[in-house]
Design a protein around this ligand. Structure first.
Ligand code: FAD
Length: 288
């Protein structure tokens, strides 16, 4: 099924993100974790992709398994940094042949290992989207950043670039994690004003590791509100308490989003069944 048809319906959607193993040794445990999450019957599941292409086959393996064994629609992420046109075309062909209908088309992060841009056939996600559109009818998602992408000089430029990406053929956008819903509401107001009208899926990260989150926020450019910083400061050294507080905070965000008419929420559950399950339980009367 195409994700655009899922999120365009009036029924609110809840989806989960998982990541593939880095090597075949951990394939079994990762597969088990993703299968457990699939039993929660999410609206769809997304499977991330290593920026360097290292886990490309595993992304497809996991996505295919979710669709074929659990009938859960899969959204396969695909990055283009460090890839040649030929490699990208090959991956698209594989996705198509294996029944994947949805792609989250991304540039990927620039890291010290992939900084040599002379070897790149694609520099921005809009070019990857054009490539996909030129030959296939995948449902295509793109990433968006309520607080601006860290490389952008300002939000205005970032939204202009986002518009270019949507015009290249994005059917929907999924947001970077954010911890203050007002940031999303303001962002949606601005992008609608800029003429971007595709559906937005709100990305929510339940923080279960207080020590990691400060580093992740520094990398992603997401701000931690004082209310949440206080929780992290208090519980970062107590993993079980941190997990409970992080799930409660994410649940509150999710309920507020649905109550304010955001009908599609994507949870960065990162292969943690217990976290996905708890969130599902917490909103069992809100999402049937
Ligand atoms: P782009 O849309 O290309 O934007 C990158 C930067 O360039 C922005 O600052 C933008 O304003 C600017 N820009 C865009 N187009 C142009 C243009 N034509 N000219 C000039 N400037 C331009 N990474 C992974 O490696 N694997 C994953 O699976 C993955 N999943 C993700 C899922 C989501 C929902 C999100 C939000 C991010 C994900 N990422 C993933 C991280 C992502 O790859 C990085 O954030 C990356 O730095 C940017 O990717 P993008 O597709 O948003 O890039």
């Amino acid at each position: 099924m195409k994700i655009i048809d899922i999120i365009k319906s009036d029924v609110p959607s809840l989806s989960f993100e998982v990541f593939p193993p880095k090597n075949s040794d951990s394939m079994e445990s990762v597969k088990n974790a993703t299968e457990q999450i699939a039993t929660l019957k999410p609206s769809f599941m997304s499977v991330t992709y290593g920026a360097g292409g290292g886990t490309s086959e595993f992304t497809l393996d996991i996505a295919k398994n979710l669709q074929n064994k659990f009938d859960v629609t899969a959204l396969a992420h695909l990055t283009c940094v460090n890839s040649t046109r030929e490699e990208v075309r090959q991956r698209l062909k594989m996705l198509k042949e294996n029944g994947i209908e949805n792609i989250l088309a991304l540039r990927g992060d620039i890291t010290p290992e992939n900084k040599d841009r002379t070897k790149w056939d694609y520099h921005y996600a809009n070019q990857l989207i054009e490539e996909i559109k030129s030959e296939y009818n995948f449902c295509i998602g793109g990433a968006c950043y309520p607080e601006g992408h860290p490389e952008s000089l300002n939000q205005h430029d970032d939204i202009e670039n986002l518009k270019r990406k949507v015009e290249a053929g994005c059917d929907f956008l999924t947001t970077q994690m954010f911890f203050d819903n007002n940031l999303l509401y303001n962002f949606i107001y601005k992008i609608r004003e800029a003429g971007i009208n595709v559906p937005i899926i709100a990305g929510i990260m339940p923080v279960t590791n207080g020590k990691q989150i400060k580093r992740s926020c520094a990398l992603s450019g997401s701000a931690l509100p004082q209310r949440f910083k206080t929780i992290v400061d208090r519980y970062a050294d107590n993993p079980e308490a941190m997990k409970q507080a992080g799930i409660a905070y994410a649940t509150e965000q999710i309920i507020d989003l649905y109550a304010n008419g955001i009908n599609a929420v994507h949870v960065y559950s990162m292969n943690k069944f217990d976290v996905a399950n708890k969130i599902r339980e917490n909103i069992s009367e809100i999402i049937k």
